[in-house]
Design a binder for this molecule. Structure first.
Ligand code: ZN
Length: 77
């Protein structure tokens, strides 16, 4: 099990294992975030956050939304 948290520790995320691959997406959002993405089944990801602690951002075709901590702004999913 791997766990991580946002900068202020309000939001935590857990996955069952290390990712098999990482994706360096070059879309307009991911270039700005500067992240490498690991992909898991929805059922494998546990996001723990108090009510109202996260917000979602999506745009364009609404095919992907980014879940961010409202306090520190870290992208968590
Ligand atoms: Zn935070």
């Amino acid at each position: 099990m791997l766990t991580a948290s946002c900068h202020c520790s309000s939001v935590k995320i857990s996955v069952p294992r290390k990712p098999r691959t990482l994706t360096n997406c070059n879309c307009s959002m991911c270039r700005r975030y500067g992240v490498l993405w690991a992909y898991y089944k929805d059922s494998e990801v546990q996001l723990d956050a108090p009510d109202g602690a996260v917000d979602r951002y999506d745009w364009g075709r609404k095919s992907q939304d980014f879940i961010r901590c409202k306090t520190c702004g870290c992208v968590m999913q």
